[in-house]
Design a protein around this ligand. Structure first.
Ligand SMILES: [Mn+2]
Length: 242
């Protein structure tokens, strides 16, 4: 059964985990939907749209094929692949979304985000985020030679493995006030995000409105996660075995 839209995040694709990339390509080939939303951290690290590594090429190629099949792709950057830019968008056919995107699908009002902006208790991370996503810093990073950016990304991945930073206990959970505020400002009834690696569904009552927050899970070599929004407007969170 085709879904009105599919949502994924936190695949953390990296050359060290080819099985996860293969599972994602398989997921793309089998996807029956007019719209796929990638909500950040598709890549463990994205060094720039000029990356010609085998991983970058196979994933952009598969996304372009999905676009050509009629799936509208939407990409919202995470904290690891925030340097995805217009060249990536052009070559894959994906539309780049802002940090917080309000959309209406199947009669539901949705708020889509990566999730890191809701983790307001992590002051150190929020400071880092402001610094690294400053347009000047980004422009400077983009000007570094490809080889230099590769070395930076390699160090980043090594540090991430050392600290096990993909494990949920190392990522702070969302701040509930920030969640309520996001529901109020956007007037959304359904929020979908990832980042925390704590897949689940949470129901809230906000100013007499019933709201739901769906958290996507991260993809490991054992399982992947995605959400479906049916044509009826009802959402589902599903896992798939790798
Ligand atoms: Mn993240």
């Amino acid at each position: 059964m085709p879904a009105a839209a599919l949502f994924v995040s936190d695949l953390h694709l990296a050359p060290e985990r080819p099985a996860v990339t293969e599972a994602f390509l398989e997921f793309l080939r089998g996807a029956e939907t007019p719209a796929l939303y990638i909500l950040g951290d598709l890549f463990e690290a994205w060094i720039g749209d000029d990356d010609d590594s085998p991983l970058a090429q196979s994933v952009t190629g598969a996304l372009a094929t999905a676009s050509a099949r009629g799936i509208r792709l939407h990409f919202l950057a995470g904290n690891r692949d925030f340097s995805v830019g217009q060249r990536f968008a052009r070559s894959t056919g994906a539309r780049l979304l802002g940090d917080q995107e309000s959309v209406s699908i199947a009669g539901r009002r949705l708020l889509l985000l990566h999730g890191d902006t809701l983790c307001t208790d992590d002051a150190a991370y929020q400071r880092f985020r402001r610094r690294i996503r400053n347009p000047w810093v980004l422009a400077l990073l983009r000007r570094l030679p490809l080889a230099a950016r590769r070395r930076i990304a390699q160090r980043w991945r090594e540090a991430s493995t050392r600290h096990n930073s993909n494990k949920p206990e190392y990522i702070m959970d969302v701040n509930e006030q920030a969640v309520a505020e996001a529901f109020r400002t956007s007037q959304a009834e359904l929020m979908i995000h990832g980042h925390t690696h704590r897949p689940g569904r949470h129901v809230y009552r906000i100013d007499d409105r019933e709201c739901e927050r769906i958290v996507l899970g991260d993809w490991t070599t054992e399982q992947g996660w995605y959400a479906r929004l049916e044509d009826s407007g009802s959402p589902e969170l599903r896992s798939l075995a790798l």
